[in-house]
Ligand binder design. Structure first.
Ligand code: ADP
Ligand code: ASP
Ligand code: MG
Length: 823
């Protein structure tokens, strides 16, 4: 019968509950000989190393030792019950006495030997394996489980590049102890091994993965399952890149490279024993056993991104050896790396320019001082004679690597990698690409590491049209917008690979923030129970550096929010808004917004500021950009005023119509905001500027329909007293009637003369402005091309649905501007 091997990492063995979960997983597996390789309880190995450090520092060990014992005792009692836990605790007490005794002999200030370090740091695995054995025996019967001390099986030499397995001897021992075993579960210690002299040793930090694949090879297992606390090998470290996703299948080589360059989920040497026998390695989540995990095998699946993963680690120093005297001199590299090898230094990455003028390489930061000395010694003569100018060490560096078999022979990955770093303003200190083209690595400043990792990950894994969206002011219009986005987003993703992620929604008082995205089904509730609004935090959250683009949509009419646009546009955030404040404010602010957006390559879209969802601004933009000359723009830009003069036919008093319109919600809460004409004037300023005029709001002649005497009155009083002013309005209506005309409140921009006015005018009955219904807006463009027969845009110009749709259309317009701009 075949063997199966499992390995449970420290994160899967944190406490008694974890042990139960692990037992359930192995017991639930097929009934076949099973190797269960276990790590120390999570964090315990660190505590044992800390204990050694404490002894070297001459500190008292009683308290940390008691804490270590206590953790074992708590788990054992919970799993085995008092009396049954006793034999195990006797073992623990004996081991703790051993630790106390050997560390007690430690001279403070003296370094500990590797042998002692290995002996003490390996106790965690011994305890985990014995406790798991006892628990499986209790649950499944004494004959079901056996404890195996890996020091009786795995024999290694400690080589310069890490442990070397002595396969023949290990195989012999394995046969002796395990072949023909009738037991189902063999609980084996990870991490520890023995050397050929019989001394206890270890496979190095994180080495239990390696133990498991060695055991799998020794036992001829068909598969080794490495159980941890994530769903599999992910496209990047999920702690640093929230967007990381599980890789279904990867090759041994890909896994090895990712691990070598920092993917802590698996030890880089784990793959080696599995390769020869083609043993599949599966990475799975103890806490989510339903997930199939990642399969590491001989071949990798080529679906999805050509890059499988991005990994990084810091704690690197870059060393540069530079000198004109090295050009064309054979053997320089050999001397350099020979000297480093003799000093036991491992080199992580090498890069040499073809001019041979310099060689640079990366080493662990803690070796940097030694390396500098070793290299200076090796080239002492050349340094003195000036053939080698200097040995330069750049500390605080990190290595970033993209890995994927699919990159081989496919042009473009390196280009994208470096372009992304460049676009993110990250300086590359050195570059290396293996001839296998499976990995491209770059040395960067350590402080840039997370940012670089996120940017590179997003450029390979996310749609370039992934947009992080923050919506401010989800009132009647903003709220409908959120619902419209929610309803359309699946279709947009499917059809156009558009990934619209509403990640922040906020009012002036509250906000709710979502990591990947907010669940838009319940956003109103989430907002109601959200946290207190903090606009800075809101904006920082919306602009996640692991997502390619950010847009803030301001659905307020607030000046304070509009005042922020400059900052947002300058820091790379696109802005979309129906808020007229910024565009109709002082022209120098308007100009600064435009130039800032241009410099920062951001977009500012505001279609819904005029005519709600009607394509007014975009039509005007198209006319201007295609070289037409705008002569005149006129129209009805206020749905409220359109309604009032559509209804006002003399049969009812104007003041009654105003009151009724207010009651129906057609006006602002204070109808004077509409009647004053200022809203129309702002829209006129926006259009005038769009057409190239330098108009200020104050330059516009505005006819207000608010009687001067009522300007300061309270709203109720204003409505009551408006009737006193009905007579002049009737007079104007009659005058229009006599001329076969109607009254319309319009804006009129004369682009030739650079003037604009807003007010009540008469129009003949056959004029387009005379024939609108209800709250329609209408805009007429007279241009060189549309001269005798002007271009007209007409339709409902108010209401939450159409206004939200206008904003949404801006969002889609923005997305089409973004696609392709970054890759
Ligand atoms: P164990 O205790 O099971 O050995 P480790 O803590 O050693 O677990 O490794 C698992 C952790 O590795 C994950 O929790 C994750 O945070 C981290 N990690 C780093 N890079 C990756 C990656 N590319 N894919 C998955 N996990 C990663
Ligand atoms: N317990 C060891 C460590 O923490 C080995 C392992 O967990 O893989 O490094
Ligand atoms: Mg691990």
């Amino acid at each position: 019968m075949g063997w199966i091997a499992h390995k449970f990492g420290g994160s899967s063995l944190a406490d008694a509950d974890c042990f139960r979960r692990v037992a359930a997983i192995v017991v639930g597996g097929p009934d076949e000989p099973t190797a269960v390789v276990v790590s120390a309880m999570g964090g315990l190995t660190n505590h044992l190393f800390a204990l050694i450090d404490a002894a070297v520092a001459g500190k008292d060990l009683a308290a940390p030792l008691a804490a270590i014992r206590n953790r074992q005792a708590t788990a054992a009692e919970a799993l085995l019950g008092g009396p049954q836990a006793r034999p195990f605790l006797e073992v623990v007490d004996r081991d703790i006495a051993d630790i106390r005794q050997v560390l007690g002999k430690q001279q403070p200030g003296h370094p500990v030997t590797r042998a002692l370090q290995d002996r003490i740091s390996g106790y965690g695995e011994l305890w985990s394996a014995q406790l798991m054995t006892a628990f499986l025996q209790k649950e499944q019967g004494a004959a079901a489980a056996r404890f195996i001390d890996a020091r009786d099986v795995i024999v290694i030499d400690q080589g310069e590049m890490g442990p070397i397995v002595l396969w023949e001897e290990s195989r012999r021992r394995c046969r002796e102890r395990l072949s023909g075993s009738k037991t189902r579960f063999h609980v084996i210690t990870g991490y520890i091994a023995t050397d050929r002299s019989g001394q206890a040793t270890t496979l190095g930090r994180n080495g239990s993965d390696f133990s498991a694949s060695i055991m799998a090879a020794l036992l001829g297992a068909r598969e080794v399952i490495i159980w941890t606390d994530v769903d599999g090998v992910m496209s990047a470290d999920p702690r640093l890149v929230p967007e990381a996703r599980v890789i279904d299948q990867l090759s041994y080589n890909e896994a090895m490279e990712l691990a070598y360059f920092g993917a802590k989920v698996i030890h880089p040497q784990t793959m080696a024993p599995a390769v020869d026998d083609g043993i599949g390695i599966r990475i799975r989540n103890t806490f989510n056993p339903k997930h199939p995990g990642s399969l590491i095998a001989a071949t990798s699946s080529q679906q999805g991104s050509i890059v499988k993963g991005v990994s990084a680690f810091d704690g690197i120093a870059l060393v540069n050896l530079e000198g004109a005297g090295m050009i064309g001199v054979p053997g320089t590299a050999d001397r350099l790396f020979g000297a480093l090898r003799d000093a036991g230094i491992s080199v992580m990455l090498i890069s040499q320019g073809s001019s041979e003028h310099s060689i640079c390489f990366a080493v662990r930061a803690d070796a940097a001082a030694t390396v500098k000395r070793v290299v200076e010694d090796a080239f002492a003569v050349e340094l003195e004679q000036g053939q080698v100018q200097r040995v330069e060490v750049t500390p605080d560096s990190a290595i970033l690597a993209v890995v994927g078999d699919g990159m081989s022979g496919l042009p473009g990955s390196a280009g994208r990698f470096f372009r992304t770093l460049g676009n993110s303003g990250i300086n590359v200190r050195a570059i290396a690409q293996g001839a296998s083209e499976r990995n491209i690595s770059a040395v960067i400043a350590a402080r840039d590491m997370t940012r670089a990792l996120r940017a590179v990950h997003s450029s390979f894994y996310l749609s370039s049209k992934t947009v992080s969206i923050g919506i401010i002011g989800p009132g009647s219009v903003g709220g409908v917008l959120v619902d419209q986005i929610a309803a359309a987003s699946a279709r947009l993703k499917d059809k156009f690979d558009l990934d619209l992620r509403v990640r922040a929604i906020g009012t002036s008082r509250k906000m709710c923030l979502g990591q990947a995205r907010l669940d838009l089904k319940d956003w109103r509730q989430a907002l109601a129970s959200g946290e207190t609004m903090d606009l800075d935090r809101f904006v920082n959250h919306a602009q996640a550096d692991y997502l390619p683009h950010t847009v803030l949509i301001d659905c307020t009419a607030n000046q304070g929010i509009a005042d922020r646009y400059l900052d947002w546009l300058g820091r790379g955030i696109h802005v979309i808004t129906p808020n007229k404040r910024a565009h109709s404010g002082p022209i120098d602010v308007y100009r600064r917004l435009r130039s800032t957006a241009q410099a920062a390559n951001t977009h500012f879209l505001y279609e819904a500021t005029v005519g709600a969802g009607l394509p007014v601004i975009s039509t005007l933009k198209d006319l201007v950009e295609t070289g037409d000359d705008i002569e005149r723009i006129s129209g009805i830009f206020s749905g409220t005023l359109a309604y009032l003069f559509n209804v006002f036919d003399g049969s009812r008093r104007f003041s009654d119509i105003v009151r009724e319109a207010k009651e129906r919600g057609y006006t602002e809460p204070d109808p004077r905001d509409d009647l004053s004409g200022m809203d129309v004037a702002r829209k006129a300023v926006i259009l005038a500027r769009e057409a190239g005029l330098s108009l200020e709001l104050r330059d516009i002649a505005v006819e207000s329909l608010v009687p001067g005497a009522l300007a300061g009155a309270a709203v109720g009083e204003f409505l009551d007293r408006l009737a006193d002013f009905d007579a002049p309005m009737v007079g104007r209506l009659e005058k229009a009637r006599a001329a076969q005309a109607v009254l319309r409140y319009v804006a009129d921009i004369d682009c030739r003369r650079g003037t604009a006015s807003v007010g009540l005018q008469q129009f003949p009955l056959d004029h387009p402005f005379a024939n609108i219904s209800l709250t329609d807006n209408i805009v007429q463009f007279v241009t060189r091309r549309y001269s005798a027969n002007p271009l007209i845009v007409r339709g409902p110009g108010a209401g939450p649905d159409v206004t939200a749709a206008g904003i949404f259309a801006d969002l889609l317009r923005l997305c089409s501007m973004l696609s392709g701009s970054d890759d």
